[in-house]
Design a protein around this ligand. Structure first.
Ligand code: ADP
Length: 417
């Protein structure tokens, strides 16, 4: 406090603070003068004492913080509310336990993850995993931090790294030692790892099949069909199909990885979907004619603008209309409609009157390589990546894909911006 005062104010404050000492010194000086001590010596002494009072260092009183100091015997008890306040702010489950493994405190995240945690009860009343309990026992005995992996099945399947460490590890003599048990949720990391390895396995399998078939045909052309030009021509046709399928697959894989790279950047162009859908229909007319499907456009008057990337939106709608023509060809018609009601999100729906999709498949359609029927998809030149690409693009556009399907009646894919 004193640091912020001006110099004369500081002197005034100190003189006021030590007025009893100054009074005493003045009295001695007056008595000295009366008793015949040299007046100069008396004034000199008096000034020396005043100067000492004014220039000495300020007295400071240390106030113990919540962490306590050696002279505070209640430090251990004080530490719990302070730690509790800190841990309550975390969204990581944390449980404070005493050296008899009873629960001293648990934060809200711990209750959310593991249910009600009775304070005072032994930790094993809530966590029954022998690995975690062994770890706790060991740390209480050794005061050394430990961590293990712990899986929970209920209320939902999760994987955690459970870690325990003594609080204030340097205070070895503390009789009421506390230990912080925390849980790091690694379920998502595990899921991403699994998806990545499944994806690599699927992609290699998809490429290996046409490669094996190409190799077989080459060997046949070099061997038994060496002198059979008719068979050679037929085989070369199949080989061309297989290589086209491989390049489609590689194109789709590249498209997916490019989209993944920029998935966090939202597009910033303004795109009118009305002319864009006209363009999509025109580009798919040859396919529609080939499979005997009529594509009908139901567009509003005027514009239907959304924030997006034009090329990516073309890719989305080409994929959806192509699927509707291929998988819904029995219905003979595909309807493209746009809803642009004032104050509401723009919606584009692509509906076919095909066989529909069984409900159990619908939530998985956008997974990579997921197909209702692999044979059907292959015969229709599918890669199993089309809807995964659609989902990626729409995520980047902060748009939603809604699938409604009824067996025997058809399927409608709606993009809501
Ligand atoms: P593919 O390359 O196999 O077409 P997609 O990711 O585009 O891959 O589609 C995944 C699967 O979803 C398809 O194999 C098909 O079984 C199903 N599907 C997609 N659209 C439709 C539709 N309009 N009607 C019926 N099934 C569909």
């Amino acid at each position: 406090m004193e640091e912020n005062l001006s110099f004369p104010k500081k002197i005034g404050q100190r003189l006021r603070h030590d007025w009893t000492l100054l009074l005493l010194v003045t009295l001695i000086a007056v008595l000295g003068a009366v008793e015949g001590v040299s007046i100069l010596a008396t004034i000199g002494l008096w000034l020396l004492v005043i100067a000492t009072v004014v220039t000495r260092a300020p007295v400071t009183v240390e106030v113990a913080g919540p962490a306590g100091n050696e002279s505070n015997p209640d430090a251990e008890e004080d530490i719990v509310p302070a730690l509790a306040a800190g841990f309550s702010a975390l969204d990581v489950p944390v449980v404070l336990i005493a050296s008899d493994a009873s629960v001293v405190f648990r934060n809200e995240a711990a209750e959310k993850a593991f249910g009600d945690f009775p304070v005072g009860a032994h930790i094993s009343s809530k966590l029954r995993s022998p690995v975690v309990l062994d770890m706790i026992r060991e740390t209480i005995a050794t005061r050394k931090p430990n961590q293990v992996e712990h899986a929970e099945r209920l209320p939902s399947e999760r994987v955690y790294v459970a870690r325990i460490a003594p609080v204030g590890a340097e205070n070895e003599a503390a009789p009421e030692a506390l230990f912080a048990l925390s849980f790091r949720d690694i379920s998502e990391l595990r899921m991403i790892d699994r998806m990545r390895s499944d994806f690599v396995a699927n992609a290699s399998h998809e490429l290996r099949t046409p490669l094996a078939s190409l190799r077989g045909f080459i060997e046949t052309i070099q061997g038994p069909a060496r002198d059979d030009p008719k068979a050679q021509e037929r085989f070369l046709g199949i080989m061309l199909d297989q290589t086209t399928r491989m390049s489609r697959l590689v194109d789709d894989l590249l498209s997916l990885s490019r989209l993944e790279l920029k998935s966090h950047i939202a597009p910033d162009q303004v795109v009118d979907v009305v002319p864009l859908l006209g363009h999509v229909r025109d580009s798919l007319m040859p396919l529609a004619d080939e499979v005997g499907v009529e594509i009908n456009l139901h567009l509003p008057d005027g514009k239907a603008e959304v924030r997006g990337d034009r090329d990516e939106l073309v890719q989305v709608f080409e994929n959806l209309v192509e699927n509707a023509c291929k998988y819904g060809q029995e219905g003979k018609v595909v309807d493209i409609s746009v809803k642009n009601a004032p104050g509401q999100s723009v919606e584009v729906t692509i509906a076919d009157k095909g066989p529909g999709i069984h409900a159990e498949h619908v939530p998985r359609l956008t997974e990579r390589f997921y197909r209702v029927s692999v044979a059907d998809s292959r015969s229709k030149k599918g890669t199993g990546l089309g809807l995964a690409i659609v989902k990626h693009i729409l995520t980047r556009h902060r748009a939603r894909l809604i699938v409604k399907s009824e067996l025997g009646k058809g399927t409608a894919f709606t993009v809501r911006f």
